[in-house]
Design a protein around this ligand. Structure first.
Ligand SMILES: [Zn+2]
Length: 374
C-alpha cells in the first residue's frame, strides 16, 4: 500500500484495493498504522458525484519523513536529502577527506548530522558504494575503488547515527531509484547497465532487485563479445568490458597513435569525423549491444536503461555509440526478447545519490527487512 501511494496518489480505497489485490478490509488494516504514524493522510473527496458517502482518498504525506542518500565515489561524497517520493530537497558534493573506512564513516556521520540540522525530519540513510555489497547486513565485501575489504559500513553508521542505514551496491541503488520513482517506476522487470571505468549491471525481476547468492549477478561486462578481442583484466579474452570499458577505449586509441585522451575527447573526435575514433566507439557499442541482448535473452526485462559517462556526459546524447548498440542488440536478441525497450539515458551522480535514498525508502516499504520491494 505504501509503495502504491509513493508511486502515485491520491488514491481511493477502492482503487487501492484493486491495484494491490487486497480486500477492502485488508486495505483498512494496512492503512491504519500508516495514518497513525503520519505517513499517509485521508484527503477530502474530489468532486466524485453519486450517492452516499463521498469517496475519500488516501495520499502520501511525502514530506513527513526525509532520507539522506549518499553516493560514495573514489574522490567524492555526493549527498542528497529527499522526501518519500525521492524529490530532491538539497544536494551537497564534497571531496572525500580520505578513503579509509574510518575517514569515510566520520565524514558520512558529519554529513548526515549537517543535513539533520537543516532538515530535522531525516529518518533514515541510504549509502551507495561500488563493488560487492551485502544489502542484508550492510557489509561492503570488496570495493576496488576504495580498496575496502569486509567493511561493516552499515552497522558502523547506524551505531553512530542511531538511524536505520541501508548500504547497497551503487548500480543496484540507481536501479532501485529508477524503479521506485524514476521514469520506469513500477515496471516489474527492469535492467540497468552503466558503462564507465567498468561495465555495471543491475537487475530487477518481478518487482525484486536480484542480489545473487554470492553477491554477483548480471556481470555482462564479462560476457564474451568478440572471441578475437583484447585480453580482459579478468584473464579472459574479448569480454564486453575489455572492448567497451573506458580504459579499453582509451588503450585502443593509444595504440592507434592518440595517447593521453579522455573519453569525451574520443567522442568529440568521432563527431568531427575521425574514422578511427568512430570505429573504436562503434566497436564498443557493438560489444555493449551483445551484452544487452544477452541480458534480454536470459531475463526478458521490459526495459533496459543504458547509461554511463563513457557513453555520454550529462548533457550529451548518445549519437556516436547508439546506432551500433542498437544494431548489435537487434542482431543478437532472440525472438520477442528484441521487444525489450533499450533506453539510453544520461544519469548524473545526483541520480545515483537519489538511488541510495530510494533504497532507504524501499527498506521502509519492506518493513525494514532490506528486501527492497516497492
Ligand atoms: Zn572479463
Amino acid at each position: 500500500v505504501l509503495g502504491t501511494l509513493i508511486r502515485g496518489g491520491p488514491v481511493s480505497r477502492v482503487d487501492l484495493a484493486r491495484s494491490t489485490g487486497l480486500t477492502p478490509g485488508g486495505v483498512t488494516r494496512a492503512v491504519q498504522p500508516l495514518v497513525r504514524s503520519g505517513l499517509v493522510a485521508e484527503t477530502a473527496a474530489r468532486g466524485r458525484g453519486g450517492v452516499g458517502r463521498p469517496a475519500a482518498s488516501l495520499d502520501l504525506r511525502a514530506g513527513s519523513e526525509l532520507q539522506v542518500g549518499v553516493k560514495v565515489t573514489a574522490t567524492e561524497l555526493v549527498s542528497v536529502v529527499c522526501d518519500l517520493r525521492c524529490e530532491v530537497l538539497g544536494v551537497v558534493t564534497e571531496p572525500l577527506a580520505g578513503t579509509g573506512p574510518e575517514a569515510v564513516v566520520d565524514q558520512l556521520v558529519q554529513r548526515v548530522r549537517a543535513w539533520q540540522a537543516v532538515h530535522p525530519r531525516v529518518r533514515r540513510v541510504g549509502v551507495a558504494v561500488s563493488g560487492d555489497v551485502d544489502v542484508a547486513t550492510g557489509h561492503v565485501g570488496y570495493s576496488p575503488f576504495l580498496g575496502w575489504r569486509q567493511v561493516p559500513l552499515g552497522p558502523l553508521l547506524a551505531g553512530r547515527l542511531a538511524l536505520p542505514v541501508v548500504v547497497e551496491n551503487d548500480v543496484r541503488a540507481l536501479l532501485t531509484g529508477e524503479h521506485v520513482v524514476g521514469e520506469h517506476a513500477g515496471t516489474p522487470s527492469l535492467a540497468l547497465v552503466t558503462i564507465g571505468a567498468g561495465v555495471g549491471c543491475a537487475l530487477l525481476l518481478e518487482g525484486r532487485v536480484v542480489h545473487g547468492i554470492h553477491g554477483v549477478t548480471g556481470e555482462i561486462g564479462h560476457v564474451l563479445a568478440d572471441s578475437a578481442g583484447p585480453v580482459c583484466h579478468c584473464g579472459n579474452v574479448g569480454c564486453v568490458e575489455a572492448i567497451a570499458g573506458e580504459d579499453a577505449i582509451l588503450r585502443r586509441m593509444d595504440a592507434l597513435g592518440h595517447p593521453g585522451l579522455a573519453v569525451a575527447d574520443v567522442v568529440a573526435m568521432a563527431r568531427a569525423g575521425d574514422p578511427e575514433a568512430h570505429e573504436v566507439l562503434a566497436a564498443a557499442g557493438r560489444a555493449v549491444g551483445v551484452g544487452l541482448a544477452t541480458l534480454a535473452n536470459l531475463f526478458g526485462p521490459a526495459v533496459i536503461v543504458l547509461t554511463g559517462e563513457a557513453v555520454a556526459g550529462p548533457d550529451e546524447d548518445f549519437d556516436v555509440m547508439e546506432p551500433s548498440v542498437r544494431e548489435a542488440f537487434a542482431a543478437r536478441a532472440f525472438g520477442s526478447a528484441a521487444d525489450c525497450e533499450v533506453v539510453l539515458r544520461p544519469l548524473t551522480f545526483v541520480d545515483w545519490a537519489r538511488g541510495a535514498a530510494a533504497c532507504a525508502v524501499a527498506d521502509l516499504v519492506a518493513g525494514g527487512t532490506r528486501a527492497a520491494v516497492v
